[in-house]
Design a protein around this ligand. Structure first.
Ligand code: GTP
Ligand code: MG
Length: 197
């Protein structure tokens, strides 16, 4: 079981811990399952706070894996049910972090496997691409669909993404309920962090 410890919460990008190690950021719309994925990888449901109400994570939360790399669990973006003011605050924090974090190795963009590609996700991936920030996609909540419905939905999302991209970034299919995709994702993160260390 991977070991992970909570390091700190930051209200501003400038308050983030000063580290040199590789870092992965968990990004995605509010409620997509960022904090749940982190807990699933850590095998600890209480490590990051999760909630059925969007907007739970309000700060940048840093965690360190025993393997030496960091994971930053960020607030969510682009969810209509989160207040306008809060959405603007989260946006400032997320983009500020992405612009300033020099040790960011990979932006992990979490996408809800049950929905068509949302504009907020398309925009985030385009923004990352423009800046040349490496990214990967993690489709979440795979347990909520049958295999056939999941495959159909993923094919649709990929088709939408291929309107903007000639090649897709690495993709993972996950569920924090049945834990699928966890080992594969963790092995990949270790491999990436080792290649950068
Ligand atoms: P914010 O911090 O608000 O941006 O949300 P988040 O992306 O961190 O989502 P969080 O992990 O808090 O999960 C949101 C809700 O989705 C919670 O009710 C979780 O239990 C549920 N959830 C997360 N991942 C999964 C999953 O893989 N399967 C199912 N069925 N539910 C999930
Ligand atoms: Mg969260």
């Amino acid at each position: 079981m991977p070991l992970m410890e909570f390091i700190c919460s930051s209200a501003k990008p400038s308050q983030c811990p000063e580290t040199q190690e590789p870092e992965f950021a968990f990004l995605g719309r509010s409620n997509v399952g960022k904090s749940s994925l982190l807990n699933m990888l850590a095998g600890n449901k209480k490590l990051a706070k999760t909630s059925g109400t969007p907007g739970k994570t309000q700060l940048i939360n840093h965690f360190k894996a025993a393997e030496g790399f960091y994971i930053a669990d960020l607030p969510g973006y682009g969810y209509a049910k989160v207040s306008k003011v809060q959405r603007a605050d989260f946006k400032k924090l997320i983009y500020g972090y992405l612009e300033e974090r020099s040790n960011l190795s990979c932006a992990m963009v979490l996408i809800d496997s049950r929905l068509p590609l949302q504009n907020a996700d398309r925009d985030m991936l385009a923004w990352l691409g423009k800046r040349g920030i490496p990214c990967a996609i993690v489709y979440t909540k795979a347990d909520k669909n049958t295999k056939a419905a999941l495959d159909k939905q993923l094919a649709q999302i990929r088709n939408s993404l291929l309107q903007d991209w000639t090649q897709l970034p690495p993709e993972f299919v996950s569920s924090s309920v049945d834990r699928r995709g966890g080992e594969e994702l963790w092995a990949w993160m270790i491999q990436v962090s080792k290649s950068l260390a």
